[in-house]
Design a protein around this ligand. Structure first.
Ligand code: SAM
Length: 273
């Protein structure tokens, strides 16, 4: 049954504040799950199962599905729809408050989700900045955010650097707003992120790397020498020495740097007197 009819039957109105745009097109659901290339032994984390449309397709393709939903009003709908799938566990809580590795009880799980768009960046942070990262993420998100994730030097942002430090993002397909109900005001895309076992750049301390990146992006459109100086509390000689030992022109701006250049700057901070 399509989500609109299901919700009406249970007298539930979709909440915009929870990013509730439900996928109703069976082809779109199948294509998203195909994109994940799941193996029969996989464990999947779904964020926001909603009325269970994607959950049902996932349950047929993986050994186990754990779905975390914030909205308790959807409990009877999910219970009814997923009654025949003993491999599905629904947990009613906020994904941002969830200890995901403890919940998943396994390494190398896969995340497949049509995420609530208002917390896309926060979800990426919770899942990626974690020692026990998923092996792959297949996330339907706002197209504009998807494009920011795959940005190249000259258009980089903290979000792009953070995601590309942990994995390789690519846009698998665009999704037409007409396959959702209610129809969202923005275009959507499915992004795959395959995570790395070790970071793609030579950094011994990820926390230090992110301190440097945050400082660099701290002052919008400022040259690196100013942004790093104020963000890392360095004087102008120290900032000049830092950039020189990393081989980077201090007049450049944060959005132009490659991951390798951020790593070089991070390594150079360890040499500062
Ligand atoms: N998976 C369903 C589908 O594709 O039709 C629903 C996707 S809808 C875009 C996002 C879902 O995330 C909603 O069911 C919403 O209630 C849920 N959600 C919103 N905020 C959440 C949070 N903080 N933690 C867990 N789920 C959340």
């Amino acid at each position: 049954m399509n989500p609109r009819a299901l919700l009406e039957r249970y007298d539930v109105l979709p909440k915009k504040s929870l990013g509730q745009n439900f996928l109703h097109d069976p082809n779109a659901l199948e294509k998203i799950v195909d994109t994940a290339e799941l193996m029969p032994e996989d464990t999947v984390l779904e964020i926001g199962p909603g009325t269970g449309a994607l959950t049902e397709v996932l349950a047929r393709s993986a050994a186990r599905v754990v779905a975390v939903e914030l909205d308790q009003r959807l409990a009877p709908i999910l219970q009814e729809r997923l009654a025949d799938y003993p491999n599905v566990t629904i947990v009613f809580q906020d994904i941002l408050e969830t200890d995901v590795p403890a919940l998943m009880e396994t390494e190398g799980y896969v995340v497949v989700a049509n995420v609530p768009y208002y917390i896309t960046s926060a979800i990426l942070k919770v899942l990626l900045e974690n020692e026990h990262r998923p092996r792959r993420l297949v996330l339907t998100m706002q197209q504009e955010v998807a494009e920011r994730l795959i940005a190249k030097p000259n258009d980089m942002s903290i979000l792009a650097v953070s995601v590309q430090f942990f994995g390789q993002p690519k846009i698998a397909m665009r999704i037409n707003p007409s396959v959702f109900w209610p129809r969202p005001e923005v275009d959507s895309a499915v992004v795959i992120i395959d995570t790395y076992a070790t970071p793609p750049v030579d950094v011994s301390d990820a926390k230090r790397f992110f301190r440097v990146v945050k400082a660099g992006f701290g002052q919008k459109r400022k040259q690196l020498k100013n942004a790093l100086g104020s963000g890392l509390a360095l004087n102008s000689e120290q900032t000049a020495a830092l950039c020189e030992s990393a081989g980077i022109d201090p007049r450049r701006r944060a959005e132009t740097l490659t991951l390798e250049e951020w790593a070089a700057l991070t390594r150079a901070t360890t040499l500062l007197p």
